[in-house]
Ligand binder design. Structure first.
Ligand code: ZN
Length: 101
């Protein structure tokens, strides 16, 4: 069990994302095998947490962490929920930038 740094819930490792701090940089560790000191954030927090909240745990690295967490969510679609791919719709809205009624 690992503790989420945001909500402090203890959860199995599979329910959390691991972030590893490397000096001023933060790396997302989806394999949970990188060396170094890991910080854990649960899926719920990764989806809902604000940069301000992250700042308490990550300070100046908060914006980077927020970005990594959204990548983590995109890279690991929740099992058993089925269906839609959010990344495809995001790409579609980008190319279709006009009045298309
Ligand atoms: Zn959490």
């Amino acid at each position: 069990m690992r503790r989420c740094v945001v909500c402090r819930a203890s959860l199995p490792q599979a329910e959390l994302f691991r972030l590893v701090r490397e000096g001023d940089a933060v790396e997302l560790d989806l394999t949970r095998k990188l060396g170094g000191r890991g910080t854990w954030v649960c899926r719920n927090c990764a989806a809902a947490v604000t940069e301000k909240r992250l700042r308490q745990a990550f300070k100046g690295q908060a914006p980077q962490v927020a970005q990594l967490l959204s990548q983590a969510l995109a890279a690991t679609p929740q099992a058993g929920h089925g269906g839609a791919t959010p990344t495809a719709t995001a790409a579609a809205t980008h190319t279709n930038g006009g009045l298309n009624v």
